[in-house]
Design a binder for this molecule. Structure first.
Ligand SMILES: *Cc1c(COP(=O)(O)O)cnc(C)c1O
Length: 418
């Protein structure tokens, strides 16, 4: 943490250590040199650097391969694609379609075997799908808060087990209302454990497996890492993983720059960085809502990312001499078609923003042809997945109006677990 204080892992679920200046806690692992344990399944091949107590069933893992199609088109000699999603021919088996599975398989594996509480997650879509899959497959109690307006995002390739309970904010309510509701639920009973977001080391180190998978393929730490960011958790995780790889000693020096991207017109990180401001620059509420409504890649519209906190996104981008680029809907759409034509797989709107930022970086000379570049495709293959599988839905157990008072929320959530 920022203070340099080192704590002991007492087997709890520590999210912060009550420092005067808040900072992200980092994990220190016993093994400085990571073993690539190919005998283990999915992302648990990187278990040496995951804060886990057990291994769950059916884990997926980000795959990485060297690009030919897009690389040649852009004149890049060493472009590596980290693919998260559904692409069975390449061994990519994230059946919820995005890299949120990396965090779910790590966070849930940090819970002890005899966990008798419920994990609480508020999400607008991708995170919800990932946690539902992992908890349902592994009989872990999950209490999920999702806006009713986002129910379409809750599709699954297998039926959802009864250990997963969904509470919806009534139509009209949004992601922020569901966060507020989940906070009230957590306060209502000790059985409810907050998932924790970027503060949870299990979430970040799970996402860090994207970079570990790239390093395992490349043989060293890449020079540049491209990713589209919403909360920025994935990018902080990649930065932390690169530092760990450097101190391992076998992966070369760490000169890795973070080149991140957001979907215009909602680009608060681009603006905060341009102003070199550790204080996160937010537009007023009406403007934010209007901008967010215009953005295609909605997963990139987090209004409260871990920007200013020590060890957060501002530090990650500044320390790596990185940058954050804005990409319009049109540019992202063109990048998606180009990627599909050249690499042979469809990608999600957020991943298209990252591809477009790479194209922009090449055009502007921000990267050069001989650099080793890792491009994180954070989601893909979803259309094929949906075409080729019967899909199952998750019905809400309870629907609560936005602005429900704490009492009603408490009654609703406790009645689900008697
Ligand atoms: C969540 C998400 C992102 C952004 O990741 P953060 O860690 O929140 O910055 C990018 N792409 C996809 C597909 C996502 O689901």
């Amino acid at each position: 943490m920022g203070s340099g204080r080192i704590g002991k892992d007492v087997g709890g679920w520590t999210l912060d250590m009550s420092e005067k200046e808040p900072s992200l806690i980092r994990a220190i692992y016993e093994r400085k040199e990571i073993r690539l344990r190919n005998e283990l399944e999915g992302l648990y091949r990187f278990a040496d650097w995951l804060p886990i107590r057990r291994m769950l069933k059916n884990p997926s893992v980000p795959i990485c391969y060297r690009s030919e199609g897009l690389a040649n088109d852009l004149g890049l000699k060493k472009l590596y694609i980290i693919f998260n999603g559904w692409w069975p021919e390449k061994g990519a088996a994230m059946s919820t379609g995005t890299f949120k599975e990396c965090e779910a398989y790590s966070v849930c594996a940090r819970l002890p075997e005899n966990f008798d509480g419920s994990l609480v997650v508020a999400s607008a879509g991708n995170t919800a799908r990932a946690f539902v899959k992992v908890c349902s497959d592994n009989d872990i109690s999950l209490l999920l808060f999702v806006p009713h307006d986002n129910l379409d995002a809750l599709w699954f390739d297998t039926p959802v087990a009864s250990c997963v309970k969904l509470i919806c904010v009534a139509p009209g309510g949004d992601y922020y209302d569901s966060i507020l509701m989940s906070t009230a639920a957590i306060a209502a009973s000790k059985r409810f454990i907050p998932e924790g977001g970027a503060k949870n080391i299990a979430r970040r180190d799970g996402m860090g497996t994207t970079l570990l998978s790239a390093a395992a393929e490349i043989g060293n730490i890449p020079d540049v890492y491209f990713q589209a960011v919403g909360s920025g958790t994935g990018a902080i995780a990649a930065w932390e993983a690169a530092m760990r790889l450097e101190s391992d000693g076998r992966w070369g020096p760490n000169n890795m720059r973070l080149i991140l991207s957001q979907n215009a017109p909602f680009i608060p990180m681009v603006e905060s960085l341009a102003a070199d401001s550790r204080v996160f620059i937010v537009v007023d509420d009406d403007t934010a809502r209007r901008q967010i409504s215009q953005v295609t890649a909605k997963v990139l519209t987090n209004r409260n990312p871990p920007w200013a906190i020590a060890g957060g996104l501002y530090d990650a981008v500044r320390t790596t001499a990185g940058t954050i680029l804005g990409v319009s809907n049109d540019e992202a759409g063109q990048a998606a078609s180009r990627f599909q034509r050249l690499e042979g797989v469809s990608i999600s709107p957020a991943a298209a923003v990252a591809v477009s930022s790479l194209i922009q970086a090449v055009q502007r000379g921000i990267v050069t042809e001989s650099q080793t570049i890792a491009l994180n495709i954070t989601g893909g293959g979803i259309d094929r997945l949906k075409q080729n599988h019967p899909l199952y839905k998750l019905e809400p157990s309870v629907i609560l109006p936005p602005n429900s008072d704490a009492r009603d929320i408490k009654d609703a959530v406790t009645s689900l677990f008697v």
